[in-house]
Ligand binder design. Sequence first.
Ligand SMILES: Cc1cc2nc3c(=O)[nH]c(=O)nc-3n(C[C@H](O)[C@H](O)[C@H](O)COP(=O)(O)O)c2cc1C
Length: 141
Amino acid sequence: MPLTRIVYCSELVKNIGSNEISDILDVSRENNAKQAVSGVLLFNSDYFLQCLEGSRAAVNRIYCRICCDQRHHNAQLLAYGEVSQRLFGAWSMAYVPWTEATRTTIAQYSSSTEFNPYQMSSESVIKLLEELGQLLLTSEH
Ligand SMILES: Cc1cc2nc3c(=O)[nH]c(=O)nc-3n(C[C@H](O)[C@H](O)[C@H](O)COP(=O)(O)O)c2cc1C
């Protein structure tokens, strides 16, 4: 089964709190690890950007479940395809802390200073994810 990557963005529902975000991360880490799925979840107060990588069946199954989740809406696929290598192989669901380095990295690939994945090209999104993966690796070691 080919290694497949899905990247999508969505809008947070207005009343979502930090407890719910941490629930999402906990469940994601548990479920994804069981299915050899890795990825990252990036968000601000308005938007999610998520990357899921693993077998085609597993990432599609998880993505379909995520799309029905009432804690966000308006999911838009930004990239989908087979890949030769994982970007986030070290994490069942990495969380990107909102640091100055994160902001600077996002600004490099965005036309505005605000994080808005709907405005980004799929090429910029993949480059952003590649750089965030490197940033996470260096910040953890
Ligand atoms: C933005 C967002 C990202 C999510 N990411 C994942 C994920 O990567 N893996 C996962 O299993 N569930 C994820 N979820 C949660 C699922 O929508 C769903 O609630 C969960 O998979 C149900 O798990 P359970 O059947 O074990 O309770 C996400 C939800 C949201 C709103």
